[in-house]
Structure formats: structure tokens, C-alpha cells
Design a protein around this ligand. Sequence first.
Ligand code: HAM
Length: 431
Amino acid sequence: MKIPSVKGFHDVLPDESARWSWIEQCVRATVAHYGFVEIRVPIVERTELFSRSIGETTDIVEKEMYTFGDRDGSSLTLRPEGTASVVRAYVEHALQTREPVSKLFYLGPMFRRERPQKGRLRQFSQVGVEIIGRDDAAIDAEVVLLLHDLLEALRIRGARIELNSLGDAACRPAYREALRAFGEAHRAELCENCARRLERNPLRLLDCKVPECRQATAGAPVMLDHLCAPCAAHFATVRAMLAREGVPVVLNPRMVRGLDYYVRTAFEVVAEGLGAQNAVGGGGRYDGLVKALDGPDAAGIGFALGIERLVLSMEDHADARPGAPELFIAPLGAAAEAEAMHLAHRWRRAGMRVEMTSGGKSLKSQMRMADKAGARYVLIVGDDELASRALTVRDMTAKRDFPRAVDLTLSGSALRATLAQLASEPVEHTA
Ligand code: HAM
């Protein structure tokens, strides 16, 4: 009996993994321009890290975590996101004593036991960035600029950054109360989940997906109308800075995010190709989280993008497809196969991507294989070639054999130069 993979846990097969590698390279290059360095944190943490940071009444903590008892009786959880772990590491290693501002990025798998559908898995991967140690509006703008540059570099179709402010400890409690009172007045029209969470987490009213609930809360008060003066000023500065840089963002006063640690600036990225799960990324400011995890009173801001969703919404282009071989060596006969192995080894060691076959295949079938693999040149090794120590070469792009044979003793760089030279020579026409 075959053993299937676990529901919501997917393999990334070779034709798709080329996209993953390209995304990872692109991310590493872009975040380096902004001065981020990599942090690698464990996949397993103590459960209380997530309940204390993400929030007891969030969907993630209430019902989506993979939590299990370790043999010593402690409760452990597969990380559902990266921010909590990064902040835990920051506090544990007192990173503030090394540098006043930490700019960290990470890549890796996260786990949430959600209902799987297109773009929604139980194991998914994120690339995330976190800046700890700055509370000024300029750093909020910088993070959104980085996000914008990344989306452009990653060639995400129809990407749109939505922005909101969630207020802070000074202004949110009163707003929360106003929203709760609104929800209470409309309790009969709310879905079961929202009605149940009204007391403890009324903000979730705003991003409920149930149509009747959405209708009932269409006129609900929004945080933007309730910001205190410092929060309003902070948000206005962020928006002015982004406008000055020409980065388009859309205000979304109903965006609340699914994690409780956010204050002030929050944002999400929506894109094409995702169906119901249209957020490729999200983030925001989380001043207070470092302190809540028993660290210094350091502000924080960051975001994460989901790699599976980026793969679904990125443009298709050659750089993100698996590479094709430069050379395909086609031997004809046993002696030729031995020589072909020697040639392939020499040229691979010289940095060329070389494929070869063995097992006495016909020239026709080897040509078909080379064509399928997308090889640029096929080097034919037959009895004549072995005797003359020179190879017949077929240029697969121009679909012709070169008029001259190529010396099989050439080094990798000399071979590459010779092939390029031959490919650039005009085709001879015989009358
Ligand atoms: P989040 O919005 O929960 O934020 O997740 C960020 C992204 O991870 C989502 O936009 C989505 O692309 C991807 N994602 C989340 N859940 C799934 C899933 N079940 N399947 C596939 N992709 C998924 C956070 O995680 C915050 N830690 C972001 C952050 C960093 N805020 C500040 N710093």
C-alpha cells in the first residue's frame, strides 16, 4: 500500500522548485540592499510563546496550532509564524546590546491547521523581515518601500499594498469599546463565531468573511476615525513619505490582521491568481511585543510573504524555470560511451551543465532526448569522431550541424568560445 503525504502538507516538485529557488535568491538580494541579515530560528517553540504574543483569542491560537506534549510534560508547538520566534531570540540573546537596531530576515516553513484549499496549506513557507529598535514613522515607510521593491522584483501580478492604522494602547481601548457596543446592538445578525468573540476580540468583526456578518457590520466604526493625536500624526507621516516616493498604497480602514500584537501601521498585500486566499503577505508595527516577552521596551515592525502564494501569483519567466543543459553528448557505441563519460566529466568540472546518455541508444532517440531537455548543443561521438578526435556538433537553436568538427581535447572555456564562434558564423548556402 502506498503511503500518501499528510493532508495540507505538500511536496514541491522539480518544475516548481525552480520558482522557489528564484524567489529565495531574489529575496536575499533585495533585503541585502536594505541592510537585513539572516536569522534562523527553530521550528519548535514552547506553546506559551505563541499564546502570549499572537493572542489567546486569535484563530491561530484558538484552533490552528500543532501543539503536542513533549516526553518531559512540557507543551511544545510547531511555529505558526516567525515574528514571535524572532522576538524570543532577540530577547534571549539580548541583541539590543550588540546593535541599537536589528534588521533581521528569515525564510522557512510555518504550520497552521487550517482547512486546506488553493493557496492555503497546513505547512507553508514564509519569507519575513523584522526591524527591532526603531519607532519612528520613517522606518514604517522604509519597510513598505522594501515590500514594494520586493513585489516588483518578484514580478507579482496585480500586487496591491493595503494600509491601515490600528491605533495604540492610548486610543484603541475606547475604539474597541465603540466597536463592541456596535456589535452588541447588531448581535442577532452576527455569525456564531463573531457573536462568541464579541467580548474578548471585537476587532475580528471587521474581517469576518461570512456574507451576512459583513452586511451587518457595513456601518461599523473604524479605527482611523478614532486615532489619538500621536497615532494620527505617525500615520500621516508614513503616508506622506510613501506618497513622496511614488509608492501606491490603498487605504483599507477595515483591515485588522489576524494576530493581536499589532499597533499603529498595519498592511497587507493582495495579488492575482489566489482565489479566495488573496493575501500574499501582511505585516505591521508591534511596539510592546518585545516588552511583553520580557525584553527591553523596544519597538518592532515587519512583514511576511507566503512563498506558495507568491509562486501562484508571479509571472512566468525563463529565469524561474529549471535550467537546460548547455551540452548534450550523444555517444554511438560502447567505445564512444566511455569517451563521452570522460568528456562529460571534464566539462562539468569546468562549470558547464552537461547531460549524456548511455545504453546504446540510437542517434534519433538521443536527439529527441536532447531536444526535450532543451539542450543548446548536441555533441555526437561516433566511430569517425573517435578516429579523428573531433566531434560533430548540432546547434539545436539554429537546427543545423556546424560545418567544422570540434576538437574533443578542448578545455571547458575553449570549447565554450569555439561553440559561440561557430554559432555566430553565417550558414553556408550550397547551390
Ligand atoms: P500572516 O498574515 O499571518 O502574518 O501571514 C503572512 C503570510 O503568510 C500570508 O499573507 C500568507 O501569504 C502566508 N500564509 C499564512 N497562512 C498560510 C497558509 N495556511 N497557507 C499558505 N500561506 C499562508 C504573519 O505571519 C506575521 N508574522 C507577519 C509579520 C511579520 N508581522 C510582523 N512581522
